[in-house]
Design a protein around this ligand. Structure first.
Ligand SMILES: [Zn+2]
Length: 308
């Protein structure tokens, strides 16, 4: 049995896992990474935890997925707002602790690669992964390889402009896909509508405990039949259908996989998404794409990192 190590480095914790050749987590641990950690200190803590998990086992590779803008070739974290890092040579720092290669990539790329290797049929060579979480991220697999683009920034589907006069996004632009399909913006929109007197079963909850309004609650109310909640999901699905239609025309993938908390609304999003997608007039690439919601896999970031 051969093993790999994965590190999923986010702004709250670094998840570390020893993964077997089938992509299963054998052992795992976490290291806190909140409060803008000093890079050298966090790298040392991660390396120590890795060696503890390894317990003398030999590995081929260590893969690291980092939330931020990554220079893949040099293994440098250009900017990570979540970690408060700028120009951190993470590959070099970690390489000193391991007698094997260390690969540093963006966390969304790592998760996309993990999904491709563990949840997508082997015959698929071209895939788009869309992560619908707090924000919206993504990754592209083209001709069986992760596509990183000229600066390692490819796959940022969440910041495609859907309406240049739309809501202000965290990135500074307006009307990005994320402002329609990311959890933060979705909840904000719902609260604004309710504040303006929108009729909905959510109105009572909004008046008594507005902080409990989440995408999960929104999907529960939609399934109970609230027409406003259903409309909100239909809007999310429609905009995703437009965005994915554009991507299908450009990349002609066989497979699109949706993942993240928002994707768990499943049919509430998927039905309007497919309706919009199938209205596209250039039929051949649309007919041949399979749109699929990923199985829930909270460890996909770290598994994907290990498989890089
Ligand atoms: Zn944006």
């Amino acid at each position: 049995m051969s093993y790999r190590l994965g590190i999923d480095l986010g702004g709250t914790t670094a998840k570390i896992a020893l993964v077997d050749e089938k992509g299963r987590v054998v052992k795992s641990a976490t290291v806190p990474s909140h409060g803008f950690p000093v890079p050298q200190v966090l790298a040392r803590q991660c390396a120590e935890t890795c060696h503890r998990l390894l317990d003398g086992k030999k590995i081929k590779r260590v893969g690291v997925g980092v939330a931020g803008d990554i220079d893949f070739d040099r293994g440098v974290v250009r900017v990570s707002p979540n970690l408060g890092w700028k120009n951190v040579p993470l590959k070099k720092m970690l390489q000193a602790s391991f007698r094997c290669d260390v690969i540093v990539d963006n966390d969304a790329n790592a998760a996309a690669w993990g999904l491709y290797k563990t949840q997508v049929p082997k015959s698929v060579k071209n895939m788009i992964a869309v992560t619908l979480g707090t924000g919206v991220g993504g990754g592209l697999v083209l001709n069986g390889e992760l596509y990183r683009g000229g600066t390692g920034s490819a796959g940022e589907v969440g910041h495609m402009t859907m309406d240049e006069n739309g809501r202000l996004c965290n990135c500074g632009n307006r009307g990005c896909l994320e402002t329609y399909a990311g959890a933060i913006h979705l909840v904000r929109r719902v609260k604004e509508d309710l504040a303006q007197g929108q009729r909905s079963s959510l109105q009572k909850i909004y008046k008594t405990a507005p902080e409990t309004i989440t995408p999960l609650l929104l999907s529960q109310e939609a399934r109970k039949g609230d027409s406003y909640a259903r409309k909100v999901w239909a809007d999310v699905g429609h905009v995703l259908g437009l965005a994915l239609g554009n991507l299908v025309y450009v990349f002609n993938p066989e497979f699109i996989i949706l993942t993240g908390g928002i994707a768990q609304a499943k049919g509430l999003i998927l039905t309007p998404l497919l309706k919009t997608l199938r209205k596209r007039t250039f039929k051949t690439p649309i007919r041949h794409v399979n749109v699929h919601v990923a199985d829930e896999a909270p460890n996909m970031g770290v598994i994907g990192a290990s498989l890089l």
